[in-house]
Design a protein around this ligand. Structure first.
Ligand code: NI
Length: 491
């Protein structure tokens, strides 16, 4: 599908047909999908099972009070039937959104939750987010926006023009799922074997869609002061990851600041975590290969005892690294895989160990490849083994900009109340949002998604990961406030 086909006001039958005829519909046979494939009109369909609807297509997830329409002539963002009076469910201490968005958000939140459930049931792995991107583009086009697909077709950029020009504020979500089984017993459990939205990227995508709908509504009324760009990025979980592709496609052109959120199951729903400075760590991979002649374990003095040498590398290199760098840089070197030898009485000729090196310091990170390589060679010297070090740079650390963090802190307080904003913990995990922050200032916040009083604390990247769906409305509020606050801020 070309960008031109996704133009504003072209909420076309063809676009729907693309989605209905997709591989996905054929892959998940059920009566609703069968109706799609047979060309039945949705409006003529008999009673619709809400549970089925949620996991088949968002074309069916309209508010119950709205008529089902094959071309959805009443898009979420422009539904004039939504009351514009102040929202009764505004969180205590929160600031109202402009343009009657609080009431609008209350009305459409069930639909956003349905979108999230649909995405959760139909995850796509890194680099394969074609149907997810198509759905995002279609929903944005229906809202009157002008999305454009990234060159590979598995990501979306969408500019929302403001009342005046000027620097662009960018908001980023990631689209991909993880190669894990989904073992939850919920109606929206993944229908794709071995794929699961276990990092909450379905939530991020849904929230940014909701933000797009909300900002489109503001723009229609002349209430959006400046331009905002929505970035729906593929391949956050893979390496090489998708952020450099977005940047190469012009995703940061004219952007003055960029913001994102990530699900945080360690925070209860209703809270938001913010932090200035280091937020996540860099993640680089180091491979060490040792070589020697090999030989009999009875005569290690006649060869190079590779396992002895490898053991020294495994134990001594991380310990020495800790003594060669400033502890405040948060360096962490952890081995994860060892391969060496077979027989109990044979010294192998090759031995390998592999792991990650992480740090919170952008400055130190540049020095680590040379330092780690030197330490390996120093430790191996005298063992007779030959060492080869392969150091592969992964994602940089996320370091939140001070002013951008002030923006998200203010926005989070406006969205949910000052008492709901907490200081976020640093994570030693990697996050490719860092690539954007190497180009422009910005900040990532943590969105509380934890179920209150849950007996088991869930973590991301677990097959059981799930969220309290109320976090979706919170995320939309927080990011709309973030965009509006950022547009008033000089970066
Ligand atoms: Ni993630």
């Amino acid at each position: 599908m070309t960008a031109a086909e996704l133009g504003a006001g072209t909420a076309s039958q063809a676009m729907y047909q693309d989605f209905r005829d997709s591989v996905r519909s054929g892959r998940y046979e059920n009566d609703v999908a069968q109706r799609h494939r047979s060309g039945s009109r949705l409006a003529e369909s008999p009673a619709i099972d809400r549970d089925q609807v949620d996991i088949v297509t968002t074309a069916l997830t309209l508010p119950p009070t709205m008529p089902l329409s094959p071309d959805r002539s009443v898009p979420l963002s422009t539904d004039r039937s939504v009351p514009l009076s102040p929202d009764r469910s505004l969180p205590a201490g929160a600031q109202p959104l402009p343009g009657g968005l609080d009431a609008w958000l209350t009305t459409v939140t069930p639909d956003l939750i349905a979108i999230r459930h649909h995405l959760h049931a139909h995850p796509e792995l890194s680099g394969q987010e074609f149907e997810t991107a198509a759905m995002v583009a279609r929903e944005l086009a229906i809202a009157g926006l002008t999305p454009r697909l990234l060159p590979k077709g598995n990501g979306v950029l969408c500019d929302i023009p403001g009342a005046s020009g000027g620097p662009v504020v960018a908001l980023r979500a990631d689209l991909d799922a993880l190669p894990l089984p989904d073992v939850k017993n919920v109606p929206y459990r993944s229908k794709v074997p071995g794929a699961c939205h276990a990092c909450g990227h379905d939530v991020h995508t849904t929230i940014l869609l909701g933000v797009g709908f909300a900002l489109a509504r503001l723009a229609e009324r002349g209430l959006l002061p400046g331009p905002v760009r929505l970035i729906f990025q593929p391949s956050e979980e893979a390496f090489p990851s998708g952020a450099p592709e977005v940047i190469a496609a012009g995703g940061l052109t004219d952007v003055s600041a960029i913001f994102a959120l990530h699900c945080a199951p360690q925070l209860p729903v209703g809270q938001i975590g913010v932090r200035s400075g280091p937020f996540t760590a860099s993640s680089d991979v180091v491979d060490v290969t040792l070589r020697g002649p090999g030989g009999h374990t009875a005569r290690p003095h006649l060869t190079a005892d590779l396992l002895h040498a490898l053991g020294r590398v495994i134990v001594d290199v991380p310990a020495l690294l800790d003594r060669r760098v400033d502890a405040r840089t948060g360096v962490s070197m952890v081995w994860a895989a060892v391969r060496a030898g077979e027989a109990a009485n044979t010294i192998p000729s090759v031995a390998q160990v592999r792991g990650t090196v992480r740090t919170l310091s952008k400055e130190l990170r540049g020095e680590l490849p040379e330092l780690v390589s030197r330490l390996v060679h120093e430790v191996v010297a005298g063992t007779g083994a030959q060492a080869e070090v392969n150091y592969c740079l992964g994602v940089p650390p996320v370091v939140n900009d001070r002013v951008a963090t002030a923006v998200v802190e203010s926005a989070a307080a406006a969205a949910l109340g000052t008492g709901q904003v907490v200081e976020a913990e640093i994570s030693m995990g990697g996050e490719d949002f860092a690539y954007y922050l190497e180009e422009v200032p910005g900040a990532m916040l943590r969105l509380g998604v934890g179920v209150p009083d849950a007996t088991t604390r869930l973590d991301i990247h677990q097959s059981t990961f799930d969220i309290d769906d109320r976090a979706i409305g919170h995320g939309v509020r927080a990011m709309v406030h973030t965009a509006l606050t950022a547009l008033r801020t000089c970066f």
